[in-house]
Design a protein around this ligand. Structure first.
Ligand code: C5P
Length: 237
């Protein structure tokens, strides 16, 4: 289990359970958490979550549920029974759906943190226009974050580029989970709204989701340690 103050979440986007477990064994569960997303969960199911928990890791189950309220509520309940640390839904599923997800956790002895995905970090203004949404990404993110907070969610997933605005607008303690993190010099790949770990935390991100910058590096454990060191330097400087 990670320290309460640990901000780092490593995205295990692998095409086999073995590769995910190999990487996990090289990382320290006291200093970071792991994210299991659609690729790994679809191929390896709840067993991979249990195996990673067995290695001592807190798990963010990133399945971004988006369905009718009853279905999402039941899926969230199943995630809670799996004992995950964090789970998410798409905020664009609306407040009735998000409230149903929240209520599904009422009887859970150890409810996971429940966060809402605002605008995917792979999307920019052009992508939103294509969907008939004329808002700038920041305005759409603010709208969805306000909806998520009023539905009782613990926080949102957003780009760190929006963290400064959101941390000033949302209640204290509202979580800002930010993917789209890239170390200086890394390729952005399919991401559009990318930010370095230091800028993300300086702007108010409470958790950083880092995938390829760690998993594709020559020494993932060292890259994770370097990120921690730069965040510690930021905190003490
Ligand atoms: O490799 P990279 O750091 O881009 O991985 C980012 C991870 O965060 C991926 O697993 C992706 O599914 C996830 N994610 C995202 N944008 C969101 C929510 C989750 O990139 N809005």
């Amino acid at each position: 289990m990670a320290d309460a103050g640990s901000k780092l979440i490593v995205a295990l986007d692998f095409d086999s359970a073995g590769a995910a477990l190999d990487l996990a064994r090289r990382l320290d569960p006291a200093t970071l958490r792991l994210k299991v997303g659609k690729q790994l969960f679809t191929l390896a199911g709840p067993d991979i979550v249990r195996s990673l928990q067995g290695l001592g890791f807190d798990i963010f189950l990133d399945l971004k549920f988006h369905d009718i309220p009853t279905t999402v509520a039941k899926a969230i309940k199943s995630a809670a029974e799996l004992g995950v640390w964090m789970v998410n839904v798409h905020a664009s599923g609306g407040s009735r759906m998000m409230r149903a997800a929240r209520e599904a956790l009422n009887d859970s002895p150890r409810p996971p943190l429940l966060v809402g995905v605002t605008v995917l970090t792979s999307m920019d203004q052009e992508d939103l226009i294509e969907l008939g949404c004329d808002n700038a990404p920041i305005d759409r993110v603010c709208q969805l974050a306000a909806l998520a907070e009023s539905a009782g969610l613990d926080g949102v997933v957003c780009s760190a580029a929006e963290a400064a605005v959101l941390s000033a607008r949302q209640r204290e303690g509202f979580l800002l989970v930010t993917p789209g993190i890239r170390l200086a010099g890394d390729e952005a790949g399919d991401q559009r709204r990318v930010v370095t770990p230091e800028s993300a935390v300086a702007d108010g991100a409470t958790h950083l989701v880092v995938g390829r910058s760690i998993t594709a590096s020559d020494d993932p454990a060292k890259t994770a340690a370097d990120i921690h060191a730069s965040l510690d330097a930021l905190a003490s400087g």
